[in-house]
Design a protein around this ligand. Structure first.
Ligand code: ZN
Length: 134
């Protein structure tokens, strides 16, 4: 299989992660890695409590620079899932970072590199997370 690369502009007002998943769906990416940058607002990051084995949502209801976004695309429960991490900067230059559940795109640029494999996520007992099958 020829491995493909894509660049995409994320749509203003859309959801950051949903835009990545829509691109993966439209192009048929079953596994891939991506990097991105831009700006957004109203981010919901999820902090994983390792003792409780559950995500705690943390909301940042403000304009944010998406200084860095990195993640991967794999299958989860029958859908393409974009596991997305971000470092976001605030007006004063301080940052918040973590596992991105959602954020409203102000402007976004994305590069996706397809992988020549199939990635599936399954429940992993030791962590409580949905991890790649080894
Ligand atoms: Zn994560």
């Amino acid at each position: 299989m020829a491995v493909r690369s894509f660049v995409a502009r994320l749509e203003t007002g859309a959801d950051w992660r949903a835009e990545i998943e829509a691109l993966a769906e439209e192009t048929g990416i079953d596994a891939g890695f991506f990097v991105g940058l831009g700006a957004g607002a109203d981010a919901e990051l999820h902090y994983y409590d390792q003792d409780a084995a559950e995500y705690t949502p943390v909301e940042f209801d403000e304009p944010l620079e998406i200084a860095a976004c990195v993640g991967n695309v794999a299958w989860l429960d029958g859908d393409r899932f974009a596991h997305t991490h971000v470092v976001c900067s605030r007006e004063d230059g301080s940052t918040v970072a973590g596992h991105l559940n959602r954020a409203t795109v102000f402007a976004g640029e994305l590069y996706v590199r397809e992988l020549d494999c199939w990635l599936d996520r399954e429940p992993h007992e030791a962590t409580g997370l949905d991890l790649w099958l080894a």
